[in-house]
Design a protein around this ligand. Sequence first.
Ligand code: COA
Ligand code: MG
Length: 282
Amino acid sequence: MSHPYRSVLYLPGSRMGVLEKARDLPADALIFDLEDAVAPDDKPRARLLVSEMVQHDYGMRKRLIRINGLDTPWGQEDLSAAIEAAPDGILLPKVNSAAELQAIAAQLRGNTRLWAMMETPLGILNAREIAASTPLLEGLVMGTNDLIKELFASHVPTRAPVLTALSTCLLAARAHGLVCVDGVYNAFKDEAGLKAECEQGLAMGFDGKTLIHPAQIAVTNAVFAPDEAALELARRYIKAFESSAGVAVVDGRIVENLHVENAVRLLTKADMIAKMNKGERS
Ligand code: COA
Ligand code: MG
């Protein structure tokens, strides 16, 4: 991975003001949405608007277009328009099988990669084959609202009803070197609740979180960025390990190769974030 995906913001594709505003927001990636954030009557207009706006300058922010499912009246036209607009990624909703992604991958052009929403029971059960479907797949995005609905489950603060699904997708993503982004936190004015859910997602291993409102970006970026204490410890691990014969000790704890790999991963992530901040995504 050569780009941070701490904050991944949904932009309702029919709202010109929102698409323009996103150019000044410190999100790592943007999802220009044609699916659930757009009402049926607005779908054709949103398709045109997104196709044009996504080609504007969004600096270093990754630009993904979420199309409607290919089994809907809009999906096929969305896909053609999205391929033409050449975003960084095309995000397919409600993915159930590897075959769905393979069919789209064969049509992609240039540098556009594929992303999959993981939000149906069948999709979660097939996470392993979905993650392995095509080398053009770059990441998985958790759709926790749809999943909770499909499971007849409830939104609870611990997220116990969806932890199995979240972990299954993380396993599949890590097994195949994919980015894995957590679902949204619906109460966008509840910063403490969002922070707690970000911390849970970070602890599970997610790269970042999908967001619905700009007010959610700052706390998410902060939680998913390695803090200075963690970076300092990572540097000490590497230094101690380099001057040891296989196993070093730092602060009374052993440091093995696996800890060093983790330390290098953290430092690399911090570098990517610093580059984003320096370019101010401009
Ligand atoms: N991305 C970028 N900008 C956004 C935004 C978003 N997702 N949501 C709101 N904004 C902007 C507004 O345009 C407004 O800009 P302005 O101050 O320049 O006018 C500012 O942020 C404040 O917005 P606010 O008035 O608090 O919210 P709103 O009433 O305009 O919108 C929602 C609230 C929830 C309807 C809106 O955030 C939204 O549609 N979010 C995405 C929902 C979605 O994508 N769902 C599908 C995936 S789960
Ligand atoms: Mg969904």
